[in-house]
Design a binder for this molecule. Structure first.
Ligand SMILES: Nc1ncnc2c1ncn2[C@@H]1O[C@H](COP(=O)(O)OP(=O)(O)O)[C@@H](O)[C@H]1O
Ligand SMILES: [Mg+2]
Length: 285
């Protein structure tokens, strides 16, 4: 098998041409999407994915056309949370038709491409150091393809659910123009320690930081995230209480904000979605 070391030049595959064609496709695709918003946190397990899915449902309930791109390639969860796991992807001329939830939220995730519970994405590389670089490059390529090759159609907002890691934001920002960043933390010093770095990374970009969300409020007696937001000079979007029912709904693939509209956590999610809507509204056609 030929390895990349053996190839001189581009090996005759016209990589530059291919990349240019894909960039054109990506531009065309993004032209019909009013806002692209990344949901980020340096920390894992803080509820990025749950928040992304619930915000998408809240926006859809308000009549917005919404898409969710699960950019967590190794731990994709959006198909499960949004209840489209196992749905077939339909290939058409223009690209892949993403499955849509009952609320009309369009979902694309690596989970929809993996047959059953297949092995996670792995990278073949001779050394760890190279594995790191390859990982970054391959992740970026896969996300670019998801963006460019999915028939998103006209969207008011496309939410990107990013994997944990402070570096992920820069990768995604290099692929597509972002119109907003939402940061997520939980009330613990451990989380805030890491998320503070994500806040710094977010404010270092030219992308508007829509704000910080404290999720799972009440679960731990940790520090108040509104102070972290104030110190960083970014908006505080609010708190979402820890609510076992939210987790149950996510596991069932049910739209939580529809199933239990009276719940305090649902009210909180709707308030936060309202803030996001207000910030993005000027971009809607
Ligand atoms: N406010 C909440 N109350 C209760 N459970 C929550 C809440 N937010 C998230 N969860 C649950 O916590 C777990 C981790 O959330 P997840 O969204 O997967 O985190 P991340 O994407 O940041 O790794 C999931 O099982 C999710 O359903
Ligand atoms: Mg996640």
């Amino acid at each position: 098998m030929k390895r990349y070391r053996d190839v001189t030049g581009d090996g005759g595959s016209n990589i530059a041409g291919q990349v240019e064609a894909q960039q054109g496709q990506l531009r065309k695709r993004l032209a019909s999407i009013a806002s692209v918003v990344a949901i980020v946190s340096g920390k894992g397990g803080v509820g990025k994915s749950a928040l992304t899915a619930n915000l998408a449902c809240c926006l859809a309930l308000e009549g917005w056309k919404v898409g969710v791109l699960d950019a967590d390639l190794n731990g994709p969860t959006q198909a499960k949370i949004l209840g489209v796991r196992g749905r077939r992807l339909v290939l058409t001329d223009g690209g892949v038709d993403p499955p849509a939830t009952a609320l009309g939220v369009k979902v694309m995730s690596m989970d929809l491409l993996l047959a059953g519970d297949a092995a996670p994405l792995t990278w073949d590389s001779p050394t760890q150091e190279e594995a790191h670089t390859w990982r970054g490059a391959m992740e970026a390529n896969a996300v670019r393809e998801f963006l460019a090759d999915t028939n998103w159609g006209e969207l008011d907002a496309l939410l990107l659910d990013l994997p944990p890691g402070t570096d992920r934001l820069a990768t995604v920002a290099s692929l597509a123009p972002l119109h907003g960043i939402i940061l997520v933390t939980i009330p613990s010093e451990v989380s805030q320690l890491v998320v503070r770095r994500s806040v710094t990374a977010a404010t270092a970009t030219t992308v508007p930081v829509l704000g910080l969300v404290e999720n799972m409020t009440g679960l731990f007696p940790g520090p108040d995230a509104s102070k972290l937001a104030a110190d960083a000079g970014i908006p505080f979007l609010g708190t979402v209480p820890f609510d076992p029912a939210l987790s149950v709904a996510a596991d069932r693939g049910e739209a939580f904000v529809v199933a239990l509209p009276g719940r305090e956590s649902v009210q909180a999610l709707k308030r936060i979605a309202g803030e996001v809507r207000a910030a993005l509204s000027p971009r809607r056609a």
